[in-house]
Design a protein. Structure first.
Lengths: 334, 288
């Protein structure tokens, strides 16, 4: 137990480091630009027609406060952190006066739901098929699947999504291509609403699945084909252990640990992909929120989504790290 | 070198397919130098012409010849990928080799930072960057930022190889003959990691080009510089699919998909070649 506590503490420190560096990158990007965002916004806002000088001045002042540009550099930096820690990014400019945190809070369940289901499904299906393909190397079906998965794997999420959009939107329109649920269905725990949400999430889910499967498949296949040649597997075969049991309890069990680490490593990438997929299918998660925020020039919204993403992804990685000893108990020993 | 190439072409179907696909894409990019149209000119061809003998890939709603526009786009896109790959190689090599060679607390600190960069989701950060820079953002700046954020995965791989070199005899010899750390790393250890550097850079190019295409499609790059993503952006702006101008989307997507698969096949076949066990399995054997 003490060993686990030490391990968990180490992972927690790593989590803090990720958040620290991530937020600092966001700070540097927003503060080290050669163009003054305030002057830029003011010049855009006052480009047409006449605006009173006092109005411009008060606008400039409130924008400076909003962008956190008041006070000395150290004060600005501390202020930035304070806003991140209490998750208060001020009111949204594009959806005034709703606070940014409300907008993000409304969008997060969609993203977490889609991303969570997609990641878990992709991981399980990819590893299962990859394990089978590594064990039954002669199977034609699995070989064929490997080729398809490999062709899909290097695709960026956007391209996969847009291909699905064209196929299911224009060529064979059987699934809804936009939105999170049907407009005229009341929200709630009714079966109709849940069904509508599920139907709308099919295409985003499918595109995440198609791109994601290949990586797990190929990784697990090569891991398993390495494990299969180990002495203890040969011994188990000679001792007459059933094939099924060898595959699950001897081979897959040992090959799965690196794949869990891989899941933690790939999470950031998958998250970025999910944001884009949401955008393509107009799914009401934080990916759509982010892109809309950029188009509307909504600084606090964009910054809010970025910091929430950094904290959210590193939190998910921390959770995977903390349950990792269940799969590979060795990490808590060394 | 030629023997290796011959072996790869003979025994590795993936390598052959990868070379062919990447070759077509690179040839396309090279054709841009003989393009009859300047890249930024519009309304130099009739609008919305389907693919035909005069305009092989058809023309856009902005009166551009799609084939020649695509040659410029793919050239710019490739240039972006190459620049990111080169810049991030410098970072991942120096950090990976140093962490592996020094070990101890240097390794621990560098790898903690490394793991941090692996976890941080890049897309929102790049979007934030675009948001702040707006029209002042050039593709070189985007490439530099992408490289700064995208070195970590390969650094870990390089470190794991360097770690095994650390206790080898030649390293000790080099230390005793008075070579300094950077000399050992660049002259003694670098040659050992070069094969994996090569295959990981191909994957890195794939990754960075994917990011650039995605950002460009959303309009978050310099949209007036022709790029594959930029073409899809403009096609979307003109609702090309709904208007029936399918070739405007299909050809850029097709070409870039070809590039992705080509580079990926090259990377995995190279990986296999580096790993002697799987090379033997193919029955290729080693001839050197």
């Amino acid at each position: 137990m003490r060993a686990y506590a030490r391990y968990a503490f180490g992972r927690f420190l790593q989590f803090l480091l990720v958040v620290f560096i991530g937020i600092n990158i966001a700070y540097i990007i927003t503060h080290a630009t050669p163009i003054d965002p305030v002057e830029h916004t003011v010049s855009v806002a006052t480009a047409f027609g006449h605006t009173a000088p006092e109005a411009i001045e008060s606008m400039r002042q409130s924008l400076r406060e909003l962008y956190g540009l008041t006070g000395s550099p150290i004060e600005q930096y501390l202020n930035f952190w304070r806003r991140v820690l209490v998750a208060d990014f001020g009111p949204s400019l594009s959806a005034f006066p709703s606070p940014v945190s409300t907008l993000i809070g409304r969008a997060i369940p969609w993203t977490v739901g889609l991303l969570g289901v997609a990641t878990i499904l992709t991981w399980i299906i990819g590893n299962l098929l990859g394990g089978l393909a590594g064990y039954y190397r002669r199977s034609r079906l699995l070989k064929g699947f490997g080729i398809v998965a490999m062709a899909l794997h290097p695709m960026p999420y956007y391209i996969a999504a847009i291909i699905l959009l064209i196929v299911f939107g224009y060529l064979w329109p059987i699934l809804p291509i936009s939105g999170g649920s049907q407009m005229n269905v009341a929200r709630g725990w009714s079966s109709e609403y849940i069904l509508s949400v599920a139907r709308h999430s099919m295409l985003p889910l499918l595109s995440l699945l198609l791109v994601g499967l290949g990586g797990w498949f190929v990784g697990m296949r090569s891991l398993v084909s390495n494990v299969v040649t180990e002495d203890y597997v040969v011994y188990a075969e000679l001792a007459g252990v059933s094939k099924r049991r060898i595959l699950t309890a001897y081979v897959m069990r040992n090959a799965i640990a690196p794949q869990v680490t891989g899941l933690a490593i790939s999470l950031g990438h998958v998250f970025s992909g999910a944001l884009i997929t949401e955008r393509v299918f107009g799914y009401p998660g934080i990916g759509s929120l982010l892109v809309d925020g950029v188009h509307a020039g909504d600084y606090s919204l964009v910054l809010g989504v970025t910091t929430v993403s950094i904290v959210g992804v590193s939190l998910a990685v921390l959770v995977i790290d903390l349950i990792y000893p269940l799969i590979d108990p060795r990490v808590t020993v060394s | 070198m030629f023997v290796v190439l011959r072996d790869l072409l003979r025994y590795n179907g993936e390598f052959l397919a990868g070379i062919l696909m990447t070759g077509v894409v690179v040839a396309m990019a090279l054709l841009s130098f003989v393009s009859p149209y300047p890249p930024l000119d519009q309304f130099v061809a009739p609008m919305d012409v389907p693919p035909s003998a005069a305009h092989w890939f058809g023309t856009t709603s902005r009166g551009q010849d799609l084939f020649w526009l695509l040659t410029y786009s793919i050239r710019n896109t490739l240039a972006f990928g190459l620049l990111v790959a080169i810049l991030s190689r410098i970072l991942s090599l120096s950090i990976g080799l140093l962490a592996g060679y020094r070990g101890g607390w240097v390794d621990r600190v560098l790898m903690s930072i490394n793991d941090t960069f692996i976890v941080i989701p890049l897309f929102p950060i790049l979007v934030l960057f675009y948001f702040v820079m707006r029209d002042n953002m050039s593709w070189v700046m985007l490439a530099v930022l992408t490289a700064l954020l995208g070195w970590s995965y390969d650094a870990r791989l390089i470190r794991s190889v360097a770690l095994s070199l650390r206790h080898r005899e030649f390293t000790q010899t080099a230390v005793f003959s008075g070579m300094r750390t950077h000399e050992i790393l660049s002259r003694e250890h670098l040659p050992f990691v070069l094969p994996i550097v090569f295959s990981t850079s191909l994957n890195n190019m794939n990754w960075s080009i994917g990011l650039e295409v995605t950002l460009a499609v959303l309009g978050f790059t310099d949209i007036n510089r022709p790029s594959v993503g930029g073409m899809i952006y403009w096609a979307n702006q003109h609702s090309a699919v709904v208007a029936g101008v399918w070739w405007w989307i299909a050809f850029p997507v097709g070409l870039v998909v070809m590039l992705f698969i080509g580079l990926y096949l090259l990377a995995i076949s190279m990986n296999e070649y580096i790993d002697p066990r799987s090379r033997l399995e193919r029955g290729g054997g080693r001839k050197e």
